[in-house]
Design a protein around this ligand. Structure first.
Ligand code: GLA
Length: 387
């Protein structure tokens, strides 16, 4: 098994290639991606989520420098340069705004960030539903804090990164991704109450299935506009029931008020309420190893996201269908915002052999897209690593 906290072989060379400096002067941060087992589109509704951090990561290397912050993204092959104390959005390059956003949020709290040379690299697929953005934000935050020799509790780092994404990048994401990236523990899922922000680590026992990320290779073009629309629909329904979030609306109240809501808004609420119930049932079935039932919950979640919340798409549906055709697959569902990106599948440990190849080979001719499927381990959250 690969140790996800082991420094990539090329990290030192990349840093010296771009900045002519050694790792001795630098802070090295590993920040994982996340995959959500259950609880989709519930975080901004004050609900429950159950993500794991995965063993694919963003690596951020940062060393103090005079004057400016210089950020090299290995994946983009681009350098971004900005000046502490004068941080603005870059309208041309979206990736650069995630690092700028975090520096901006830190400056709001502590004044100008120190100048720094920053390298970003890693093996996390970008923009496909495993939270490359939150991973980059939390990684950059820990790197800037490390360079400034400042400490901040990880949950405050997560909240600051969400604020940075909401206010500076302009994406109205919930709190799940940043919390998962910052706070998950190896071998555990993280149960997060998105209203109280209470967390609980839920152990994944040895008999747990293997989780696969199934990247559809379909770009998430509609995701941002539909996301904001779904949020607004849920908020208006909560207000209709006299609450701030759907968390306080019971299934009985929803059924009683059904006729007063537009039909599609009723279905949005039905998804959120049923998904919260599925998260709770999942915790119970995981505790007693009832993985068949866990698989059924994944199936039910996908159907609800597809039919009630309407955030799936053909590619995600096809991927989940094909995954389920495999003998060892207990359940599969779309993950993240939807309209493309990744699905996930839970596959019995003794039946994983050939899963990725078989599903991938069947998916390609149905969609014309080349998918990527890979197994993930529940890894630990973001951290500065000794080196
Ligand atoms: C995106 C957002 C999260 C969450 C999911 C849907 O990943 O960033 O906050 O809302 O969508 O569950």
């Amino acid at each position: 098994m690969r140790d996800p906290t082991q420094l990539p072989d090329n990290l030192s060379r990349l840093f010296s290639d771009h900045f002519d400096r050694t790792l001795d002067e630098a802070v090295v941060v590993r920040s994982p991606g996340r995959m959500n087992l259950l609880g989709e589109h519930t975080d901004y509704n004050g609900g429950f989520v159950l993500p794991i951090a995965i063993d694919r990561s963003t690596w951020v290397v940062a060393a103090p420098a005079e004057g400016q912050v210089r950020v090299w993204s290995e994946a983009r092959g681009e350098l971004d340069v900005f000046t502490p104390g004068q941080i603005h959005r870059d309208e041309g390059r979206l990736w650069a705004n995630y690092v700028r956003a975090v520096a901006w949020a830190l400056e709001e709290q502590f004044g100008p960030v120190p100048g720094a040379d920053v390298l970003i690299t890693g093996d996390l697929p970008l923009g496909s539903g495993v939270s490359s953005s939150a991973s980059l934000e939390v990684g950059a935050a820990l790197a800037f804090l490390g360079v400034a020799q400042r400490e901040m509790p990880l949950r405050d780092v997560a909240l600051m990164c969400q604020r940075a994404e909401n206010q500076f990048v302009g994406v109205q994401c919930g709190i799940m991704d940043q919390f998962a990236v910052a706070l998950c523990e190896a071998g555990h899922a993280l149960l997060l109450d998105c209203l109280s922000l209470e967390t609980q680590n839920v152990a994944l026992a040895g008999d747990a299935p293997v989780f696969f990320v199934c990247d559809t290779a379909k770009e998430r073009t509609l995701a941002a506009s539909a996301y904001n629309q779904r949020r607004a629909e849920c908020e208006s329904a909560a207000r209709h029931f006299g609450h701030e979030s759907l968390r306080h609306v019971t299934p009985e109240q929803l059924e009683a008020g059904k006729g007063e809501l537009p039909e599609h808004v009723y279905r949005r609420c039905r998804h959120v309420l049923s998904e919260n119930a599925r998260v709770h049932e999942a915790i119970a079935v995981m505790g007693c190893g009832a993985w068949e039932r866990f698989g059924e919950l994944l199936q039910a979640s996908h159907a609800s996201l597809r039919d009630d919340y309407e955030v799936s798409c053909d590619e995600l549906n096809i991927m989940c269908e094909l995954a389920m055709e495999h003998d060892g697959c207990l359940g599969a569902r779309m993950v993240g915002a939807g309209f493309g990106g990744c699905a996930m599948a839970a596959v019995r440990r003794e039946a994983v052999s050939g899963f990725a190849e078989t599903v991938g080979a069947a998916y390609q001719p149905r969609t014309g897209l080349q998918p990527r499927l890979f197994a993930v381990q529940a890894a630990g959250g973001a951290a500065i690593l000794p080196h």
